[in-house]
Design a protein around this ligand. Structure first.
Ligand SMILES: [Zn+2]
Length: 262
């Protein structure tokens, strides 16, 4: 599935165009899909579909379910991928999307919430943006929490380099997996001081994101986030593609190590 196969409909939601040569008549029925892969952004959806070993095409639910799904297989598992539409990033929309999915796919056993999130590095947890060989390399910049981004500037070119946190060089191609607490909220955290306080009060949150709280109470899922920024005012989207890819690759790795019986 590529972006070229996506279409924008009149209600502003991004949908996957049906692939006419594939239908559920030639592939398993919804009850044969035990794993749900939930993402939010187009880049995350694209990364997810790229991880499929076999693509089964797209699937539209019944009149009750407005979601459009991408279906496929990773290892021994049939996977249904669902993506929240642009502008719907919130706890309520995540709940609604997943509720509809559970209506259509009634035999789901495992949920993965995979995508990008804002890191909250601390002295205890040295968290870095996903590594790349070139342009991004010099842009993995962490400023002290109380130093705000220059208002009106798109990049950090004019931010004060003396306010950067001094950290040792990160080896090229080093993607570390951190296991710990992920904070989920209904607003984007863009303030270094705020995340610093929240992280300390919650015993070391490693990362912030916006959908898990809306999913966990109706469908407990494993949350996997690639770090695309540091949740501060210096945040931008430069690392989103890379972080989405590393999160998706890690999710695939997990699925390949889970037996079909789960
Ligand atoms: Zn900045």
């Amino acid at each position: 599935m590529t972006l070229s196969e996506m279409a924008l409909t009149t209600d502003g939601k991004e949908y996957i165009k049906p692939l006419p040569h594939l239908s559920l008549q030639t592939f398993p029925t919804p009850s044969d899909y035990p794993v749900a892969w939930i993402c939010t952004l187009t880049v995350e959806f694209e990364a997810a579909t790229e991880m499929l070993d076999e693509k089964h095409g797209s699937f539209k639910g019944d009149s009750v379910d407005p979601n459009v799904y991408a279906l496929g297989r990773i290892g021994q598992h049939n996977i249904v991928i669902v993506c929240l539409a642009k502008g719907w990033v919130s706890i309520a929309s995540a709940t609604s999307t997943v509720a509809h999915m559970l209506h259509t796919f009634r035999h789901l056993k495992l949920g993965l919430l995979v995508g990008v999130g804002g890191g909250a590095p601390s002295t205890a947890s040295d968290i870095r943006l996903g590594d790349v060989v070139s342009p991004g390399r010099g842009e993995d910049l962490l400023y002290v929490a109380d130093y705000p981004h220059k208002i009106g500037e798109e990049t950090c070119r004019n931010c004060d380099g003396t306010r950067l946190v001094k950290r040792e060089e990160w080896p090229v191609d080093n993607v570390k997996v951190n296991y710990g607490t992920i904070g989920s909220g209904d607003v984007v955290v863009k303030d270094g001081v705020v995340w610093d306080e929240i992280s300390k009060s919650c015993d070391g949150i490693l990362c912030f994101e916006m959908e898990a709280a809306g999913v966990m109470h109706i469908f407990p899922s494993l949350v996997i986030r690639g770090i695309c920024d540091y949740s501060d005012s210096h945040k931008n989207d430069t690392w989103q593609h890379y972080a989405a890819a590393t999160a998706a690759a890690f999710a695939k790795d997990i699925l390949q190590n889970i037996s079909s019986g789960m």
